[in-house]
Ligand binder design. Structure first.
Ligand SMILES: Nc1nc2c(ncn2[C@@H]2O[C@H](COP(=O)(O)OP(=O)(O)O)[C@@H](O)[C@H]2O)c(=O)[nH]1
Ligand SMILES: [Mg+2]
Length: 361
């Protein structure tokens, strides 16, 4: 090594060297641009239509926001995306916690991208705003899909009402479709009324079950059986295979007792192992068969039109409710009347009429 003379001070500066301006106008502009937290609606729209997932996520965040300013911007983005939406198929998946929904979506979603589909997964989980639990659980069970460039996963929207969460999900579907996703999967937990909400935003409804001790039909809500276009008995692996086959027979028999569907579709029952990725392709075959049928007999279009109408009315109901209960004057009056009703000073109906009259004044 050559012997270099070390300077007495590291801070020494040579004369005659001009330092550049520390604050350059150009850098400032770049930083400001960067800090401008929210991109414009037009930037978001352009991003979505180009298939940019970051723009999609940011727009969904706007939809989920409760800030009224964000609402206007979100509506602008949704309206611009609408002409590009509707070109996908929407599949709802429900089942009790632990049945294997997340594992199934990982296997099914990966299968779909392997045959060239672009898959978006959204969740309607009214309980997640309280527990925050499902988000982490889902993402770890969807490791492969999360990394897949042809997949997009959005954890549950949070909200203080199912109606609110459902509206946000429905609007998110439109954005996902405009972003180029052709297969939308909506997951919901089999609790409360969320299946009904999801059923009213999808084309195909899949119920995931596991084989039990031969009493599969016990405790299953009739409404859910009626909604299902397919019942899939998951965890048909290892010692479970025989039980799963038995359950399949039992469900098939039960489904025959239900009236025929207006779609003309006869619901199918099958088994799979999401874990071992067995039977996934035959589920896709069933779903494809369904779409062939309803797209040729006009039911697909009819159902979408009915759903649009339903969602307009639902949005009005929801907005009225939120607006009513958050109205400062009503909030106060409501508290007073709750007490009065409890003390039998006024009848519940008279109190309700009084509040509504005041609101619509
Ligand atoms: N043996 C077996 N276990 C499964 C299968 N699918 C899911 N599981 C397991 O069941 C548990 C719950 O799965 P998860 O996907 O989180 O269910 P979710 O609550 O419905 O989303 C996990 O421990 C999974 O590994 C399967 O096909 N076979
Ligand atoms: Mg899950």
């Amino acid at each position: 090594m050559s012997q270099k003379k070390i300077h007495p001070s590291a801070l020494k500066e040579n004369d005659g060297i001009e330092q550049p301006e520390i604050i350059s106008a150009q850098v400032v502009a770049t930083i400001q641009q960067f800090r401008r937290k929210q991109p414009t609606a037009q930037e978001l729209i352009d991003g979505i239509l180009k298939g940019d997932k970051t723009a999609l996520s940011r727009s969904i965040t706007l939809i989920e926001s409760t800030n009224p300013e964000h609402l206007d911007k979100a509506n602008e983005v949704i309206n611009a995306c609408l002409p590009f939406a509707n070109k996908s198929i929407r599949i709802g998946i429900t089942g009790v916690p632990g049945v294997g929904k997340s594992t199934f979506i990982e296997a099914f979603g990966s299968y779909l991208t392997s045959i060239g589909k672009k898959v978006a997964v959204l969740a309607v989980d009214p309980s997640s705003s309280i527990s925050h639990g499902s988000i982490l659980g889902d993402k770890t069970r969807m490791e492969e899909l999360v990394k897949d460039p042809n997949a997009y996963i959005r954890p549950s929207a949070s909200g203080d009402s199912l109606g609110g969460v459902a509206r946000k999900t429905r609007e998110s579907i439109i954005l996902c479709e405009a972003c180029g996703f052709d297969t939308i999967i909506i997951e919901t937990v089999g609790v409360g009324q969320s299946e009904t909400a999801v059923h009213s935003m999808v084309d195909f409804f899949l119920l995931l079950k596991i084989a039990g001790a031969g009493d599969e039909l016990q405790g299953i809500k009739r409404g859910i059986m009626e909604m299902a276009d397919a019942i899939v008995i998951n965890k048909a692996d290892g010692d479970n295979i025989a039980k799963a086959k038995l359950a399949k027979t039992e469900f098939n028999r039960a489904l025959h007792l239900f009236p025929a569907k207006t779609s003309g579709w006869i619901p199918k029952v099958t088994t799979c192992s999401a874990f071992e990725k067995q039977g996934i392709d035959s589920i896709w075959e069933i779903i494809s068969g369904y779409f062939q049928l309803v797209q040729s007999n006009g039911y697909f279009e009819q159902k979408r039109r009915e759903q649009n109408q339903y969602w307009m009315l639902e949005t009005i109901n929801e907005s009225l409710k939120v607006n009513f209960y958050h109205h400062p004057e009503i909030e106060k009056l409501l508290e007073e009347n709750k007490k009065a009703v409890q003390n039998n000073e006024i009848s519940p109906f008279a109190a309700a009429q009084l509040l509504l009259k005041q609101y619509f004044k």
